[in-house]
Ligand binder design. Sequence first.
Ligand SMILES: Cc1cc2nc3c(=O)[nH]c(=O)nc-3n(C[C@H](O)[C@H](O)[C@H](O)COP(=O)(O)OP(=O)(O)OC[C@H]3O[C@@H](n4cnc5c(N)ncnc54)[C@H](O)[C@@H]3O)c2cc1C
Length: 411
Amino acid sequence: MLHGAQPPATATSDHQSAVAVIGGGIAGLTLALALRREGIDCTVFERSPEPAEVGAGLQLAPNATRLLHRLGVAEALRAVAVLPRALRMRGWDDDRPLATTALGAACRRGYGAPYYTVNRAQLHRVLWEAVGGGQVRTGHRLMGLTEGPEGVDLNFASGARHRAGVVIGADGVHSVVRAWLAGDAPVFSGSSVYRGLVPAGRLPWAADEPEVRIWPGPGRHLVCYPVSAGREISFTATVPADAAGEESWTAEGDPAELAAAYRGWNPAVTRLIGSADVVRRWPLYDRESLAGWVTSRVALLGDAAHPMLPFLAQGANQAIEDAVTLAVCLGRAAEGGAPEAFRRYQELRLPRTTLIQRGARQSTRFLHLRDQLKPGEPRRTRGTADPHGLAGLRAMGWLYGHDAEAIAAAA
Ligand SMILES: Cc1cc2nc3c(=O)[nH]c(=O)nc-3n(C[C@H](O)[C@H](O)[C@H](O)COP(=O)(O)OP(=O)(O)OC[C@H]3O[C@@H](n4cnc5c(N)ncnc54)[C@H](O)[C@@H]3O)c2cc1C
């Protein structure tokens, strides 16, 4: 057993385990799968009573899909995913193509793994089924933890207690584990997103030519792509907001407010927005990067460690990279045991995720350029000279070419 992760024989809690993972989201479930491959058991504690059924779109890039494939979910993922041919920026007022990044076959050739668009609920279900229900304790909302020389004591809202040798906080942007470890709080970014899913039959132009379409515009932008094996079109529309409001996968937004926010945009955008029966509103939070994520028995993972604005579409991708890296570090921990593995994990992951967090923030300026305020005004060029998008794809090597598992194994 991993040195430093053994639960003590004298534990006074109701239950005990060597490795406890808080949060059964994308990060926590990927970690459970990756730990299993290393021969390490863990217990996942999830506050929800069952897997989240509310969907929203997610883009999965080769830096994450290569890792998911190796974890054995390639076939299940392929069955629910879409392979977009390209990512295309378009004019907010005239829908004119502005810049292209090739995806599809070119991306697979260049980076050895596909670029997928998926419904988050379906990705979550794929991971949940791969992990198997027995390993996930649902209905367990963590309220607090105490780290001692013997282990970490976990207290849940239900009154249940648990002692673990080590604890991984994969409990998202509002992480209880992070609050305990770092004492900071999420900061509202000043933007909210509306997310919608539309039956593909209502938007044949989006279904027939599977692409990630991005319309950057003055003070806001909209992204859409097919998901659910092509049966649905997902869109995310960013708007400025004064106050965060309710945050939940199920909080409904007002379609009229959304339509008003995009009034005057090109008809593809206004029709897309108008075709959704239900839109959900989601305030965007950010946090400052931390100088450290680990103690000797506790580590943060995914959004709990480095929440990022979704403008590089990398939050889940980075959570998957984290999970595989941490599992490899724990699997190879020798003398130094878990504390040494945690330090190694932090060294490998913190610089990269901090860079991507900053990049996501900087993208806001690019996506919400003010130079497009009036139709017909000259706008900045965004690579129209490369209509096939191969240069755009090559420029993503630092992100898509990263093999977190190989790097962790070599470290
Ligand atoms: C609009 C939008 C678009 C996005 N698009 C993309 C994209 O295209 N590509 C991409 O890679 N990323 C994208 N992201 C980011 C991505 O959704 C997140 O980075 C990813 O879900 C993080 O995974 P996680 O497991 O760390 O956190 P979460 O998915 O938030 O999971 C945390 C889990 O912990 C559980 N939990 C929370 N608190 C507790 C507690 N106290 N006790 C027990 N369990 C708890 C939650 O119920 C949940 O299951 C987007 C995000 C937004 C908002």
